[in-house]
Ligand binder design. Structure first.
Ligand code: ZN
Length: 292
């Protein structure tokens, strides 16, 4: 059975307030809101308080904290409460919980906040200077845009679309493995989209590059924001021509699997590496299994 729960990082409860957030007065009022909360990250991981819980403070309590630039970044409004995020200066606090582990354990709504916070703060960490002229960027009131005071260029948070797909033919599918994965682990194929191609074309190109087979039909299934650091995983199931596989250098191996073999793999210890609702890879595999 496909896991009925939404994928992690999807169905965010946040209202991003896109029409209001560029207004400095509006953002200031959200910061002054008595319930306003700030989620704190440290080196891309979840900062934790002395009890080991996610480090969430009131907005006014951040004044004495060693925040990295640009300070508070507006996440959105959740159940009437404004939420912000901020990065603590590297090394200013003990290391927290690895982000991936924390996200797997988090309640679904909170995981959406965590993912948005990680992507936005990672973007800020890599966009101190204007990519056009090299001057130092200035954040807009909510931290959702950077303006270059020298050349006037506006910089917006990045999202990098990637295709992720499970190729199949007849009653078998193809999964690959990277050398860095746990021994015996196999999963879907994936790669970044390139300028000038559609989702279907990216799926066909990546499949050809990674296993040397031709996509006959690509079917979109679902997508998932993936905050490592700011991908959008576009999930497909791809019918391919049956034949020998030619794994490229990114893959240590690629193999044809029957449904029985896939089930055996994902009912083994391997399952913990791809929990059912955490990764779209597992969701695509489960979707295909259920069609058999
Ligand atoms: Zn500039």
């Amino acid at each position: 059975m496909t896991d009925p729960r939404p994928l992690t990082f999807t169905r965010s409860p946040l209202d991003f307030s896109g029409l209001e957030r560029a207004d400095a007065d509006w953002i200031a009022a959200r910061r002054e809101h008595p319930e306003a909360r700030v989620l704190l990250l440290h080196k891309g991981d979840l900062a934790t308080d002395s009890a080991g819980e996610p480090f969430v403070v009131r907005a006014r309590e951040t004044r004495d904290l060693p925040l990295d630039r640009p300070g508070l970044v507006f996440l959105g409004v959740w159940n009437g409460v404004p939420w912000f995020c901020a990065a603590l200066k590297p090394g200013s606090v003990p290391d927290g919980v690895p982000f991936r582990l924390a996200a797997m354990k988090a309640e679904a709504d909170f995981a959406c906040l965590m993912g948005r916070a990680r992507s936005l703060l990672s973007w800020h960490g890599r966009r101190k200077f204007c990519s056009n002229c090299g001057a130092e960027n200035r954040p807009d009131p909510g931290g959702l845009k950077l303006d270059c005071p020298a050349c006037g260029m506006e910089h917006f948070p990045r999202v990098d679309p990637s295709v992720i797909m499970l190729p199949h033919a007849g009653d078998r599918c193809v999964m690959g493995r990277q050398a860095s994965w746990p021994p015996g682990m196999y999963a879907t194929l994936a790669g970044f989209m390139e300028p000038g191609e559609t989702i279907e074309e990216a799926c066909a190109r990546e499949t050809k590059e990674e296993i040397g087979r031709t996509v006959l039909k690509a079917e979109y299934i679902e997508s998932q924001p993936w905050p490592f650091p700011s991908s959008l995983m576009i999930g497909l199931i791809a019918e391919i021509d049956e034949g020998e596989l030619f794994p490229d250098d990114d893959l240590e191996d690629a193999r044809w699997f029957t449904r029985e073999e896939v089930r055996a793999l994902y009912e083994s210890e391997m399952a913990k590496w791809a929990p059912p609702n955490f990764s779209i890879s597992r969701r695509l595999i489960d979707t295909w299994l259920n069609r058999g």
